[in-house]
Write a protein that binds this ligand. Structure first.
Ligand code: SF4
Length: 323
């Protein structure tokens, strides 16, 4: 299966099966903190970047196996990029809903919501987790590096309209990078947008895994707590979470994988697919695919590192594996 991963245990969503709509990274942003890597296709065009039938077929084959439905709480639609750019997005969501009867969550960078068709398609989801990293033009350009076809005012308008039309849950995710979008004026501008929106939860994040650009640095704990306190004060009744890991459309706070009885090769394939989506430490991998400790993971990956199939990168005091 190329487009299905997990299930993983997400603190936010429960046992979550991921559906990645792309093979290469297709996005309308090229965020400095992106864990997936540089955007291969920086575009606003909605297209069938992967045949919709291929994804539907994988979904059908996955759920044809007995016991699958009991293994998961939620199906999370995401992408190595922005999932709503896939023109089969709505069909895939509707199919998932019918086929699984499970809660459907969507991770999106929130930039396509001015498109009424995208908003209609999202109506099939139960939870939408859009990002908005900056509401000031200069900061938006610095952190998210948008394609020229995007306009920040329109993005904000789309988010606001969507938040009032949509009847499911909206969890707004904001990622702060040091000295890029973490100043007072940026927090205030984001608050002004939040005030206009109907949202159920705010999730604050900073750069934690190796980012695309080495100058994307994490905001310190004290400042993150200060921002969270401001948001809590200004948004009574809306939970404000401080997440430990960095975000982005293609990522999630995955912790533990369920579903046993798979061969070592199957698990190695899953590990490689996970490393394609985001860099992980040996401890992260061992938490998701228990291998008997991080040292064992290092042993398993050593031949792949030697052959160049897997790379390593030091970030902070940790060694990350990535493709
Ligand atoms: S973090 Fe998400 S929105 Fe930003 S470039 Fe990466 S995939 Fe696109």
């Amino acid at each position: 299966m190329d487009h299905i991963f997990g299930p993983v245990n997400s603190r936010r969503l429960g046992r979550s099966l991921g559906i990645d709509l792309f093979s290469d990274k297709v996005c309308n942003l090229n965020c400095i903190y992106c864990e997936v890597g540089a955007t291969d296709r920086l575009t606003c065009e909605r297209a069938e970047y992967v045949p919709t039938e291929k994804i539907l077929d994988e979904i059908d084959r996955y759920f044809a196996e007995p016991g699958r439905e009991q293994e998961i709480d939620v199906v999370t639609v995401t992408a190595s990029g922005e999932p709503t750019l896939h023109s089969g997005f709505g069909r895939i969501l509707t199919h998932l809903k019918k086929k699984t009867g499970k809660k459907i969550a969507v991770l999106t960078n929130g930039t396509t919501l001015m498109d009424a068709q995208v908003r209609r398609e999202l109506a099939a989801a139960d939870v939408v987790i859009p990002s908005l990293d900056a509401a000031r033009e200069t900061s938006f350009r610095k952190i998210d590096r948008p394609a020229t076809c995007l306009d920040l005012k329109e993005i904000i308008e789309g988010l606001v309209v969507f938040s009032h039309e949509y009847t499911g849950e909206i969890w707004l995710e904001i990622l702060f990078a040091l000295n890029v979008n973490d100043g007072k004026a940026d927090v205030q501008a984001l608050q002004d947008v939040i005030t206009e929106m109907r949202i159920d939860r705010i999730q604050l994040n900073t750069v934690a895994r190796p980012p695309l650009e080495s100058f994307a640095r994490p905001v310190g704990k004290d400042r993150m707590r200060e921002i969270a306190a401001t948001m809590r004060k200004n948004n009574p009744g809306i939970p404000v979470d401080l997440l430990a890991r960095s975000g982005g459309t293609g990522t999630e706070d995955a912790e533990v994988v369920f579903g046993h009885g798979r061969s070592r090769q199957d698990i190695m394939d899953e590990i490689l697919r996970m490393l394609k989506r985001r860099p992980c430490t040996a401890a992260d991998i061992d938490a998701i695919f228990p291998c008997g400790g991080p040292e064992k993971v290092e042993q398993y990956l050593a031949p792949l590192v030697r052959s160049g199939q897997v790379r390593t990168r030091v970030h902070g005091d940790r060694v990350y594996y990535l493709l």
